[in-house]
Design a protein around this ligand. Structure first.
Ligand code: FES
Length: 138
């Protein structure tokens, strides 16, 4: 069986418009050196399985995609497809993330490329939960 394809329009794919928002509450995350902290009490997008946010700016060295798994696990990816650099989205109900572009490169939660145009894996970052904080080590 092939990968599950995220439901996106052809226009969204041509222009590389991802489904995952930046957090509504920009103050829900902070960067300190190589450590990123996300406050779950403020990051409502991560309150349900397969919820996700993209983190950009604040002097981050790379764009990040933070995904809640199907249980209480959290996963962080470099948010840059290894084909042409477009952003990724989680595919609900699967343990994969998928490029928003036409090539639909799909990676598992370890960052390994499973299908699509990309030939290389994406970087993932150690992500742990400590009470109401998600901590990402860059
Ligand atoms: S940029 Fe991701 S498949 Fe082309």
């Amino acid at each position: 069986m092939g990968p599950v394809i995220l439901n996106r329009t052809i226009i969204q794919r041509i222009f590389g418009i991802c489904a995952t928002p930046q957090p509504k509450d920009e103050g829900c995350w902070t960067v300190s050196g190589k450590r990123v902290e996300v406050d779950l009490a403020r990051a409502q997008e991560l309150s349900t399985p397969f919820g996700a946010i993209r983190l950009e700016g604040k002097k981050l060295p790379v764009r990040l995609l933070v995904v809640r798994g199907d249980g209480d696990s959290f996963h962080t990816f470099q948010n840059q497809c290894r084909h042409m650099g477009r952003r990724l989205d989680p595919v609900p109900g699967t343990r994969t993330v998928q490029c928003c572009s036409i090539g639909k490169s799909t990676y598992d939660f370890t960052g390994q490329v499973m299908s699509g145009s990309a030939k290389k894996n994406i970087a993932t970052f150690e992500t742990t939960r400590n009470r109401e904080k998600v901590i990402i080590q860059l």
